[in-house]
Write a protein that binds this ligand. Structure first.
Ligand SMILES: [Zn+2]
Length: 253
């Protein structure tokens, strides 16, 4: 076993020894079309039997993707159209600073009803902003139009992003976006998870936020798929470790 796997399991053992349960969750972004990569994602989730939170792009999604998604899959809302509205030098975002808040909220609201109509009982009113970016002032408007949760990237600063809007982020991105979008490598991915677990155990970040694994099925290479299989198989039935459903994390029943 590599040093990275060993360090990961050592950290999990510290949680077990402390009588605590390490909580994980799995978010996959950019679902929209029923292509081969999407079929592979669903087949992995079903075979491994772990809960999957699927962040679907409402304005691009085809209703066929919801036909056989199974009971372990929850659907989150990945923006509205996932179009980049940043200026030429800005970081990519669907929500440009100059856009009037009412316009952004109206777009998200319309997209929400469309996605909810397609996804039915699988839908959860949780927003996953594209590129994990949302201007601070917009978060405060989301609860009023029915959103109950928000999910971005990095350890959360508080359990609610604004009153009534529960926040559960992801912490381990398995892709290397700046160098070819392939798998980031076992060492890097596992070190990210080990670091978040240790920071939670030591109280440096919110210990009650489940550690989120972020995947993007459409761009996985074989190494990314192989890593996920191994991660899921080695953690699925491990004592003091639980893979959590999004509805439980966001407290939506
Ligand atoms: Zn995205």
């Amino acid at each position: 076993m590599s040093a990275a796997w060993q360090a990961f399991f050592d950290e999990l053992a510290r949680w077990r020894d402390a009588g605590r349960t390490a909580e994980f969750w799995w978010r996959d972004d950019d679902a929209a079309r029923p292509d081969a990569a999407f079929a592979r994602l669903l087949s992995l989730a079903q075979r491994i039997c772990l809960p999957l939170a699927l962040a679907v792009i409402p304005m691009q999604s085809r209703k066929e993707i919801f036909e056989n998604i199974g009971s372990m899959v929850s659907v989150l809302q990945h923006g509205a159209d996932h179009a980049n509205r940043a200026g030429p030098d800005g970081k990519k975002t669907e929500f440009a600073a100059a856009e009037p808040p009412a316009e952004a909220i109206a777009r998200l609201s319309a997209a929400r009803w469309q996605l909810q109509a397609q996804a039915g009982k699988h839908f959860l009113p949780v927003l996953v902003p594209p590129w994990n970016r949302l201007p601070k002032h917009l978060a405060g408007h989301l609860a009023a139009v029915g959103f109950r949760g928000l999910s971005r990237y990095g350890a959360r600063s508080s359990a609610e992003a604004s009153p009534g809007l529960r926040q559960v982020n992801t912490h381990v991105d398995i892709l290397a976006w700046r160098s070819g979008r392939g798998f980031t490598g076992e060492d890097h991915a596992l070190a990210g998870a080990t670091r978040h677990l240790a920071a939670k155990r030591q109280g440096a970040v919110d210990p009650d936020e489940a550690t989120g694994w972020l995947t993007h099925h459409a761009v996985h290479d074989e190494a990314a798929w192989a890593f996920l299989e191994r991660l899921f198989e080695t953690t699925r039935d491990r004592p003091a470790l639980a893979w959590r459903r999004a509805e439980d994390l966001f407290r939506i029943s």
